[in-house]
Design a protein around this ligand. Structure first.
Ligand code: SF4
Ligand code: SF4
Length: 82
């Protein structure tokens, strides 16, 4: 599953540089995650880096973006151009 940022986001900017896939960007009101680029950090790290650093815990899994680990790995490889 890709992750999503909820409206509890306080725009602290901490998560954006932590994303290894450059999936996080400033939206109109709050930060957003591009689900085409979020691999739950599969391929890079054991844990989602953005969740680790978010001070208000507002980055849950997006229930509308269900993906298996294999699909996430395939997304990672595509992003890396492998
Ligand atoms: S889980 Fe990883 S890949 Fe997805 S947005 Fe967070 S830091 Fe980026
Ligand atoms: S770390 Fe959390 S609160 Fe800060 S910008 Fe990212 S999603 Fe928003």
């Amino acid at each position: 599953m890709a992750l999503m940022i909820t409206d509890e986001c306080i725009n602290c900017d901490v998560c954006e540089p932590e994303c290894p896939n450059e999936a996080i960007y400033p939206g109109d009101e709050i930060y957003e995650i591009d689900p085409e680029r979020c691999t739950e950090c599969v391929g890079h790290y054991d844990e989602p880096q953005c969740q680790d650093v978010c001070p208000v815990d507002c980055i849950p899994l997006d229930p509308d973006r269900k993906e298996t680990r294999e699909q996430l790995q395939a997304k990672y490889e595509k992003l890396m151009g492998a």
